[in-house]
Design a protein around this ligand. Structure first.
Ligand code: FE2
Length: 337
């Protein structure tokens, strides 16, 4: 079992690890005896997100799936419990891994078999607000409610068959598409932006930042929620597309220089990036994060995932649109001989 006494220093890149069968959990031995402190951290994380003022900004499917999962807010669940809730509904299976951040190739090989890996690592108490690494709370609370649902299984089913046939360049794009849909994606529901991605849901700092941006867009009269919000977002994005791309290129540069390695640093260096680029932080660019429509070209432009701080989130008009946009890139690769 992983202990959290000395969390590794995070330097901007998470070392991707290969699955080592010799060190892995066996099929029969998937369970962990969690400590009281780990259950307490789970309980704090769970109640931190499970608040009406946050849940109202999360998509309906997450809330429906969370109810089906019957998670105990006070106790970390067993793998047996997770599989009992998920496998009969969608055929997906949960497997525990000792790897803290699985290499994409290993990850997608499991994905192709409808196996969703969950790590055995849980963030420490000083990382309650933010952890750059996906931990058990992220995997279980953020992703698994969706795996009770066919629409999500269908979205997740798209990635592995394409990834396994993709060229190295295409693999990078596929990772970004997964990142900005299932991890950091949003959808429009009930004429509002709603959070979909597990990375936002399980990260209290990112969740709060995103929700604040919803309110700011209205306060600064960028988006009028009584109108068509997706159309307005699209208009804003198209009007500012070149600057959005300059910001992305700038953030990529910062990341490569190791300046996006903590959330404090990330936010501060992005603020000064706006200044350097001469982009006024007002109107569409007035928030801590940028919302943009799920534009494949813009997403593909992000060559390196910025783990410590996500300055941009992408919005789909609906899950049907997300389906169609992902298919437009992934299907031709999947169908290749
Ligand atoms: Fe994730």
């Amino acid at each position: 079992m992983t202990t959290n006494q000395n969390p590794p220093t995070y330097t901007g890149d998470i070392a991707e690890q290969h699955i080592d069968p010799a060190r892995e959990y066996s099929a029969e031995n998937q369970e962990i005896n969690f400590s009281a402190e780990q259950h307490a951290i789970w309980a704090d994380l769970y109640t931190g997100v499970h608040q009406p003022y946050l849940l109202e900004h999360i998509c309906q499917e997450f809330k429906d799936g969370l109810a089906l999962m019957e998670l105990d807010p006070q106790q970390m669940p067993t793998v047996a419990h997770l599989n009992a809730r998920i496998t009969p509904r969608t055929g997906w299976r949960i497997e525990r891994t000792a790897v803290r951040y699985t290499l994409a190739d290993d990850w997608y090989k499991k994905f192709a078999q409808r196996i969703f890996l969950i790590t055995d690592y849980l963030r420490s108490r000083d990382q309650i607000e933010f952890t750059p690494e996906p931990d058990m709370f992220h995997d279980i609370f953020g992703h698994l409610p969706y795996l009770t649902m066919e629409f999500y299984a269908r979205i997740e089913d798209k990635f592995a068959p394409a990834y396994l046939k993709a060229t190295p360049d295409e693999k990078e794009v596929i990772k970004r598409l997964a990142w900005y849909s299932t991890e950091f994606g949003l959808v429009v529901q009930d004429h509002r932006f709603k959070i979909f991605g597990a990375g936002i849901i399980s990260g209290r700092a990112e969740l709060a930042n995103t929700v604040m941006e919803f309110y700011r867009l209205s306060r600064d009269m960028v988006i009028d929620y009584s109108g068509n919000v997706f159309e307005q977002l699209n208009e804003q994005f198209l009007a500012h597309r070149d600057d959005v791309h300059r910001i992305i290129d700038g953030v990529n540069g910062l990341h490569q220089r190791g300046q996006m390695s903590s959330q404090d640093q990330g936010w501060n260096v992005v603020h000064s990036l706006y200044e350097t680029l001469g982009i006024a932080r007002e109107g569409y660019f007035g928030g801590e994060v940028i919302l943009a429509p799920f534009d494949l070209e813009t997403i593909a432009r992000i060559p390196k995932t910025v783990y410590a701080f996500n300055p941009m989130f992408f919005v789909c008009e609906s899950f049907e649109q997300m389906d169609a946009l992902l298919d437009s890139y992934l299907k031709p690769i999947t169908l290749r001989n």
